[in-house]
Design a protein around this ligand. Structure first.
Ligand code: PAF
Length: 282
């Protein structure tokens, strides 16, 4: 496994692999890798000749300086895991290397990027598009792998790939959960043992809501989840939207769309840690 820190070197490696007709897969990450990332990497190594994993905490997608400062950084452990998983290249650049000058490009895909995370984290998806498009240009992958935990992110990147006309196949991969049901997230490392216990109520409530939804309206299902979670000390629901899985607009009845997904963000604990999760109703 080669660890590459410069864009020039990365591009030279990619060029070489392309000349050798290798099929390239990319897994973009911000590091602090867990089993969720490992599942993306495993899929990537199975489906491609060459796997590139980027490890880069992208400042332009953080709208909160503290969140950026506190984001876990564990490059040595990440590289050890990636080596075990049979990765070919780790791209771990500095901020200066990726952004020698400020990125002034603006990406806008309403209404997909204006609801939920887009509404609460102004500029977040613009930053995600800035870094993901750069990574796509640098690595020229045939396929790129993203976790469905960030359901809205996948939809925004899909819109960006279409907009830019990039010949890249996107593969959304299912959420990986801890045994307790808690969705795997790099942010889980910021939770205390007690907070982790409290946080598992998020997935429990979401799972239970699938059965509840069979006999209740969208509004009642939404309210039940929000009320139940807010009643638990240490949890504070920021939003729970039950949306059309394609347009990400809220639905008011179960037959309004072919794909319906509940997307939730909850503040957990004293710090607090902002956790996201989602559940598919159909
Ligand atoms: O999902 C993430 O970890 C990040 O948003 C991504 C896609 C690596 C871009 O920085």
């Amino acid at each position: 496994m080669k660890i590459v820190t410069s864009v020039k070197e990365l591009e030279a490696c990619v060029e070489r692999e392309r000349l050798n007709k290798k099929v390239i897969g990319l897994v973009p990450t911000m590091g602090a890798l867990h089993a969720g990332h490992a599942s993306l990497v495993e899929r990537c190594t199975q489906e491609n000749d060459i796997t590139i994993v980027s490890v880069f905490v992208n400042p332009t997608q953080f709208n909160d300086k503290n969140d950026l400062k506190n984001y876990p950084r564990t490059l040595d452990a990440d590289c050890a895991l990636l080596e075990q998983l049979g990765v070919d290249y780790v791209f771990a650049p500095s901020v200066k290397e990726v952004y020698p000058e400020p990125d002034t490009r603006v990406f806008s895909y309403p209404p997909i990027d204006t609801v939920m995370e887009g509404e609460r984290r102004p500029g977040h998806f613009n930053g995600v598009c800035q870094i993901v498009s750069k990574l796509f240009y640098m690595t020229k992958p045939d396929t790129a792998y993203f976790g469905e935990k960030d359901f809205q992110q996948v939809a925004v990147i899909r819109a960006m790939v279409k907009d830019l006309g990039l010949p890249i196949k996107l593969v959304p991969c299912p959420i990986v959960r801890e045994e307790s049901g808690l969705a795997m997230s790099s942010r889980n490392t910021l939770l205390t043992v007690e907070e982790k216990q409290i946080a598992l109520n998020i997935s429990r409530c979401l799972f239970e809501s699938v059965d509840f939804a069979k006999a209740h309206s969208v509004l009642d299902t939404r309210n039940k989840v929000v009320e139940e979670l807010n009643a638990i000390s240490g949890l504070d629901v920021e939003y729970f939207h039950i949306v059309n899985g394609i347009t990400l607009q809220e639905v008011s009845s179960w037959d309004e769309a072919d794909e319906i997904v509940g997307c939730i963000t909850v503040f957990c604990g004293v710090r607090p840690v902002r956790l996201i999760d989602n559940i598919r109703y159909k």
